[in-house]
Design a protein around this ligand. Structure first.
Ligand code: GLC
Length: 749
């Protein structure tokens, strides 16, 4: 059977701006327009104001499962200042009942005590499942989802996240993150779909489509634009990127999300080359709306309008900051604590500095968004929402995602292990739930273990369930030695030592590091275990690639587990046992040294080294796309439909994948192109297509990709996409074919 994979990005990129931004239905539009016509300026400016939950809470201790509101504060915000949106939890996940009670209280005030009864739009960060609702299905973080290279898994996970978030009563999700992961020092690397813009575009599109299916939720493409490449590696610091580089690497996933109809775009708190995104009319209006055709809501990130004054210092005071942000294109300000944004905006409109039309444009988008997610028809949580949780189908998707994300980076045959193998498990991540779930889990930082349901299995628990002779000696914490000698002594009585190392959970800037090297205590533990001579298997639970150079060679096998979520412990232990045949592929380049941060799409000059230099050019610990299996796959009979291609042609690429091993397995098939010569320095290769196939031993399948000339586009000197004639290689599974692209009219649509 032939599998055909269209390279969808090109199709999306060719879609005319706004084509996929289906305009609100005329009835909904009429409803919005009629409401807008009745609103006062104060009510309009209130809709552009978003508060976090905290300032609305009653003083004193808060219950763990619900939120205790101060009704006077709630009325002051909703009735007095007409705010339109609230976000967040106070400090941890609520129960479904806790969410329902909170949202009913909020909507009661909005619907019954205000002049126009406009419902409040509540927003939350449900970034790997409905992670702020107790009992929700917690999926692998995006970096792990990216390792599956599986669009359907990402879409299904997003659909379940949407169902459980909406079942909590919340119609707006601040996800997916579409920033690309090219700076692993940055504490949000794990929230990305990896280093490649095509992969992030495809999976970001799948997430948006899944999340917004049946208008279950409004999804948010964040953080527009260039947020994930801070030159310093520290969150919210400058990205020194040329516009060309921004368009080449950072913009494609947002273009894909807009083409998929994403409802909201959240703005990058940082800056690109001196220009804070919250103050950039060019990026927020000319590009996002003018070029990409975005018609939804642009929301600021946390307090970022104020930060134009107090941090970026591009506004002499907060009033000027409001003016710059609204003129740039912000529709809603996540203020998130006070009403100063509204005060200044009212004054700016009354003094003529900002036009009423400008305000109307934002309010119209906000009301249209509320209509799109059905808030005007069903503003209250649906009591039936409780039944949406813990469904077997959700657990099955979480298990599939975790299983398909586990990436086997090295294996000398030590894996898989037999059930009776005498195993020493050691290392801090073996017994850590935060090291399995990562940040944004029940609490912002994800490291409050009291929030996990009692009995939630750690990786050690799962290993103990599958192997009959398991000893555990911690050896070290994440950052300090406990008792390495005891661990080494135990290793001498084991057949295999499983070192579970990596990182405990973190979120945002709290997770920034200045040195990627695995902490000394963990390295010392590993070296002590390896010095005993016992075969060691290294399992890494981490949000990014910590440097393992000093312990990699003496590790018989190395598994990258990422932060795989609730099904992670079972998935990884099943891979160790061989019950699951791993198929994950690295969605980033794993560096061999802290300062060797090259990506797979580096340039040819980055591969050269001077004669007799001891340095290596491009020699990562593990390359982008690395992933081993317990079976073997062979690629044969690569065929290209054209040896010479016109710009208007479609190139068909076919290859046969065969399972030549003894067990079934899933193979991710990656298609790379290489431009031989370009007007600008070409990347050594670019990912232009991916698919996957599951094959029984001996079985084969013919895989077909269809590429348009537009799929070969790069960003030219003038910042525009360009497809250059000349020779190109196609590489699939190590097989290479070459074709000539002829000058000529580009593909029409
Ligand atoms: C944070 C994050 C953003 C999140 C928002 C609301 O600062 O940057 O990703 O959606 O605030 O929690």
């Amino acid at each position: 059977m032939l599998k055909i994979r269209y390279i969808a990005l090109a199709l999306a990129a060719l879609a005319s701006p706004g084509e996929a931004q289906s305009p609100a239905s005329s009835a909904a539009q009429a409803r919005v327009d009629s409401l807008l016509a009745r609103m006062t300026l104060e009510e309009k400016v209130g809709q552009m104001t978003q508060l976090t939950l905290y300032p609305l809470l009653a003083r004193g201790p808060q219950p763990r499962d619900s939120a205790r509101i101060d009704l006077a504060k709630l009325r002051a915000a909703i009735v007095g200042r007409h705010i339109g949106s609230i976000l967040n939890v106070h400090d941890g996940a609520l129960t479904v009942d806790g969410w329902h009670a909170l949202l009913r209280q909020i909507q009661d005030v909005a619907l019954k005590e205000t002049r126009l009864g406009i419902p409040i739009l509540y927003g939350i960060d449900a970034v790997h499942g409905a992670n702020y609702t107790q009992g929700a299905t917690i999926f692998p973080h995006n970096l792990a989802l990216a390792a599956t290279f599986h669009r359907d898994v990402v879409r299904h996970a997003a659909e379940i996240t949407a169902a459980e978030t909406r079942a909590s009563g919340i119609p707006w999700n601040f996800a997916p993150v579409l920033d690309i992961g090219r700076q692993p020092l940055w504490g949000r690397f794990y929230e990305t779909f990896g280093e490649d813009p095509y992969l992030a575009s495809e999976l970001g599109r799948a997430a948006v489509i899944g999340m917004q299916r049946n208008n279950m939720l409004a999804a948010t493409a964040k953080h527009y634009l260039g947020y994930s490449m801070p030159t310093s590696g520290h969150d919210r610091t400058p990205a020194l990127l040329s516009e060309r580089a921004v368009r080449e690497y950072a913009l494609p996933p947002f273009r894909a999300a807009v083409a998929a109809g994403v409802g909201v775009v959240m703005v990058n708190s940082g800056e690109i080359d001196g220009e804070p995104l919250h103050a950039s009319r060019y990026w927020l209006t000319d590009v996002l709306r003018g070029e990409l055709g975005f018609k939804g809501v642009v929301v600021s990130d946390w307090e970022d309008v104020n930060y134009l004054h107090s941090r970026h210092r591009v506004a002499a005071n907060r009033r000027a900051a409001v003016q710059r942000a609204v003129e740039a294109g912000i529709d809603m300000s996540m203020t998130p604590y006070d009403f100063e944004f509204a005060d200044h905006l009212l004054d700016l409109v009354r003094t003529g500095a900002i036009s009423k039309k400008r305000v109307d444009d934002s309010v119209r988008r906000i009301l249209a968004l509320k209509a799109k997610v059905g808030l005007f028809d069903a503003p209250y949580p649906n009591p039936a929402g409780r039944t949406a949780f813990g469904r077997l189908e959700a657990r099955a998707v979480a298990s599939q995602a975790a299983r398909e994300s586990v990436t086997l980076l090295k294996n000398d045959g030590t894996l898989p292990l037999k059930p009776a193998t005498r195993i020493l498990v050691t290392g801090p991540a073996a017994t850590s739930l935060p090291a399995l779930y990562g940040g944004w889990t029940f609490t912002w930082q994800g490291n409050d273990t009291s929030r996990f349901q009692p009995g939630t299995p750690t990786l050690l628990d799962a290993i103990r369930r599958k192997f009959s002779s398991v000893t555990y000696v911690p050896g070290s914490s994440f950052d300090s030695i406990i008792d390495v000698a005891a661990a080494a002594a135990a290793a001498r009585n084991a057949d295999v030592a499983i070192l579970v190392l990596g990182e405990s959970a973190y979120a945002e800037g709290v997770g920034d590091v200045s040195d990627l090297t695995l902490p000394d205590a963990q390295r010392q533990l590993a070296e002590a275990i390896q010095a005993t001579g016992v075969p060691t298997v290294l399992v890494l639970l981490q949000g990014r690639p910590r440097i393992i150079r000093r312990i990699a060679d003496r590790s018989r096998a190395i598994l990258m587990g990422y932060w795989p979520g609730a099904a992670g412990a079972d998935a990884i232990s099943d891979v160790l046992l061989g019950a699951v045949n791993p198929s994950g592929r690295l969605p980033f380049t794993y560096p061999h040294a802290p300062n060797a941060l090259l990506t797979y799409d580096h340039k040819f000059t980055e591969t050269f080294v001077p004669a007799d230099s001891s340095q290596s050019g491009f020699a990562p610990e593990f390359e982008f796309g690395t992933g081993l299996s317990y079976t073997r796959f062979e690629y044969a009979d690569l065929q290209l439909s054209h040896s010479t291609l016109n710009m208007s042609d479609t190139l068909t690429v076919e290859v046969t994948v065969r399972n030549t091993g003894e067990r079934s397995g899933r193979e991710v098939v990656l298609l790379f192109t290489r431009q031989h010569y370009g007007s600008l320095t070409p990347a050594v290769r670019r990912l232009r297509g991916f698919d996957s196939v599951t094959l029984m031993p001996g079985a084969a399948q013919r895989i077909r990709f269809r590429l348009l000339a537009a799929d070969l586009a790069v960003i030219g000197r003038d910042g525009r996409a360009v497809v250059e004639p000349g020779a190109y290689d196609i590489n699939v599974g190590g097989r290479t074919g070459t074709f000539q692209l002829r000058q000529g009219p580009a593909a029409g649509r």
